[in-house]
Design a binder for this molecule. Structure first.
Ligand code: FMN
Length: 408
């Protein structure tokens, strides 16, 4: 039996507690103490004595505490979920080519992003409706991000307003993700709020002109209408109750590159285009004033059977790596995935669902632990691969894995 027990509380969520059996507790504690050494540079020392020691552990624990509807919404991808699965498999199809005897005692996981030095390459991906995971929702995620020096990207479809998040966690480095509404008055108001509240970049998501075919979500339906689902949009002038699906349908299907150019010209924030998978579009992003791009398939939630971001990344870096800051997301679950992303030329990596799993299991503390686990794994990965400075990673550190060909 699992040493973790789930106890139901009055809400839908359950809390995990340690097994009362003291022998079992001692075993768990000694296992926790036997974890690998952590980076001095990162100052990351996970302290939790539970069996939650990997993102996969959090994923399983989150499934046990979430309602079926919330889990279906968070976990699900589009249609047959082929891309959703491939997002993870694609990182595993790459092998690391480690170097030895290079001196890894002194490690530096930091990267430069939008002209600023960041302590490491992780960014919290924009994800909607985080109060489905925890009462504090996005504010809890921001606390976790702030505690670990992680930049957080707030979704347009957040359960808190742009200003509320900034006021609750003023110290967090924050970007705002923009869904461009057909009503450009609302769009302008959202951007103005982001500027006013100290957001450092505008991440314009372009892969949701219409919603994907989300069969898992339909099957686990929990899509209730409420005007308060998206308080930022209400504050910006949107009227009437809407469900999640109806909110998604407010995005402009005719958004074009000239809109990107206008955002870049009209607003003081650097524009990052999120959700492209081809070098052709990456070149267009550079030509229309973007400062960066996120190579992403929206976590496999939009068009099924598109390329994984890991597979799309190298050609895009070759096309625009010297003109744009290239960020990647999708399926990052291990420190070695972060290493591979940087080796292929990404400057930073967005992490999505793992944060939701941490948030669901233990609010801000769980989300923070998830980030700490990934950072500790990344530190271990750069040490063992012989790349003690994150910025020295390049393609010599990866190759197609021999097992990749046989798995096709
Ligand atoms: C529940 C959920 C909600 C999301 N909401 C948004 C959103 O509001 N805006 C956006 O640009 N991307 C959204 N995404 C996509 C993420 O930003 C990111 O691209 C994706 O989750 C990365 O894949 P991963 O979850 O495998 O890490 C969402 C993803 C999930 C799982």
């Amino acid at each position: 039996m699992s040493p973790l027990r789930a106890t139901t509380n009055p809400g839908k969520r359950k809390k995990f507690t340690l097994d009362p059996n003291p022998c079992k507790q001692r075993e768990l504690l000694s296992r926790a103490q036997a974890r690998p050494a952590f980076s001095v540079a990162l100052r990351v020392v996970p302290e939790r004595p539970e069996t939650l020691i990997s993102i996969a552990d959090y994923e399983a624990a989150a499934e046990a505490v979430l309602s079926r509807g919330a889990h279906g919404y968070f976990y699900g991808g589009a249609a047959d979920e082929i891309t959703l699965r491939d997002n993870l498999d694609a990182w595993a199809r790459l092998a690391v080519r480690p170097r030895v005897l290079v001196g890894v005692g002194d490690r530096d996981p930091s990267v430069t992003l939008l002209g600023r030095r960041r302590p490491h390459p992780l960014i919290v991906a924009p994800m909607a409706y985080q109060k489905l995971a925890s009462d504090e929702g996005e504010v809890a995620t921001a606390r976790a991000a702030a505690a670990t020096g992680t930049t957080m990207c707030l979704s347009t479809f957040a359960n808190v307003t742009i200003g509320e998040l900034a006021e609750a966690v003023p110290e967090v480095s924050r970007w705002f993700q923009l869904y461009v509404f057909s009503d450009r008055g609302i769009t302008r108001e959202l951007i103005a709020q982001a500027v006013e509240h100290g957001y450092e970049a505008l991440v314009v998501t372009v892969d949701l002109p219409v919603g994907g075919v989300r069969e898992r979500e339909t099957r686990t339906e929990s899509d209730q209408a409420s005007a308060h689902l998206v308080p930022a949009a209400v504050q910006a002038g949107l009227k009437g109750d809407r469900s999640r699906t109806e909110f998604a349908s407010l995005t402009d299907p005719d958004l074009s590159w000239s809109d990107i150019e206008r955002f870049a010209a009209d607003w003081a924030l650097p524009v990052i285009v999120k959700g492209l998978l081809t070098p052709e579009d990456a070149v267009l992003a550079a030509e229309h004033g973007a400062r960066g791009i996120v190579v992403s398939n929206h976590g496999g939630r939009q068009l099924d059977t598109v390329l994984s971001a890991a597979d799309a990344l190298p050609a895009i870096v070759d096309a625009v790596g010297d003109r744009l800051e290239v960020i990647v997301d999708g399926g990052v679950r291990r420190g070695t995935d972060v290493l591979k992303a940087l080796a292929l030329g990404a400057r930073a990596v967005m992490v999505g669902r793992p944060l939701l799993w941490g948030l669901s299991v233990d609010g801000a503390a769980g989300a923070r632990h998830v980030l700490e686990l990934l950072l500790a794994e990344f530190d271990s990965a750069i040490a063992l691969a012989g790349a003690p400075r994150a910025e020295q990673l390049d393609r010599r550190f990866v190759c197609t894995a021999p097992w990749a060909a046989s798995s096709r």
